[in-house]
Design a protein around this ligand. Structure first.
Ligand code: ZN
Length: 218
């Protein structure tokens, strides 16, 4: 999980909300609007085109707008920009998504204390990773239960995601094996993973790779 720095609410979303008056429209009616398309693009840019939970690469068509606090539980959360992110797996829920993880797996589950938010600046501190691509809870007592519960309820440790993370780790290890990198060079590699590339994208699973480099190469 990577920290998401939210920007300001897009002006066209604000204008659209004002136009609706006191009534909170359904998400279904919003889904067909141009404002929704523009919002999706802005959220993708904000996240550097990676899933808010697992970090896999996403694009229009392979993701959906995710309500961190489910809109079913709290109607006012439906169009709250600071509650909206982009999760992997598409919008079309008529097709079974197997295996389901991240936003679709989370569904209407929400627990203020046990769901780790990507909007928390220290969200990366909740998780560890193994060389086999597993995501593990931190051993830090105050964060462990939330980490465990989030991993479980979002199915972040399923074999599919483990394999993808392992492939990302292996690719980085292969690059590191080519040379003898000193500490400054490793720090520069980490910096690269922390920054958007020229296309405005983060590298998939960058939080996992950064964890690896910081814990095993520094
Ligand atoms: Zn995901």
């Amino acid at each position: 999980m990577k920290f998401i720095q939210k920007g300001v609410e897009p002006s066209n979303l604000s204008a659209w909300k004002i136009k609706q008056g006191d009534k909170i429209p359904t998400w279904k009616s919003f889904r067909r609007t141009v404002v929704k398309d523009q919002l999706l693009e802005i959220l993708l840019q904000e996240q550097g085109y990676i899933c808010c939970y697992c970090g896999v690469a996403i694009d229009k068509g392979s993701c959906h707008i995710e309500h961190f606090k489910p809109q079913g539980t709290d109607e006012t959360a439906r169009f709250d920009y600071f509650n909206l992110m982009v999760s992997c797996q598409g919008e079309d829920e008529t097709q079974p998504k197997i295996p389901v993880h991240c936003g679709h797996k989370k569904d209407n589950w929400y627990d203020e204390n046990l769901l780790v938010s990507p909007l928390r600046e220290n969200c990366t501190e909740f998780f560890r990773y193994s060389a086999a691509g597993e995501i593990l809870p931190t051993q830090e007592v105050s964060k462990k239960l939330a980490a465990e519960t989030t991993i479980e309820n979002l199915a972040l440790n399923i074999p599919k995601l483990q394999r993808m993370r392992q492939a990302a780790i292996d690719a980085e290890l292969e690059l590191l094996a080519d040379d003898d990198f000193n500490e400054d060079e490793i720090r520069n590699i980490i910096k690269d993973y922390l920054e958007l590339d020229d296309d405005g994208r983060y590298k998939p699973f960058c939080a996992t790779i950064i964890y690896f480099l910081e814990n095993f190469y520094l």
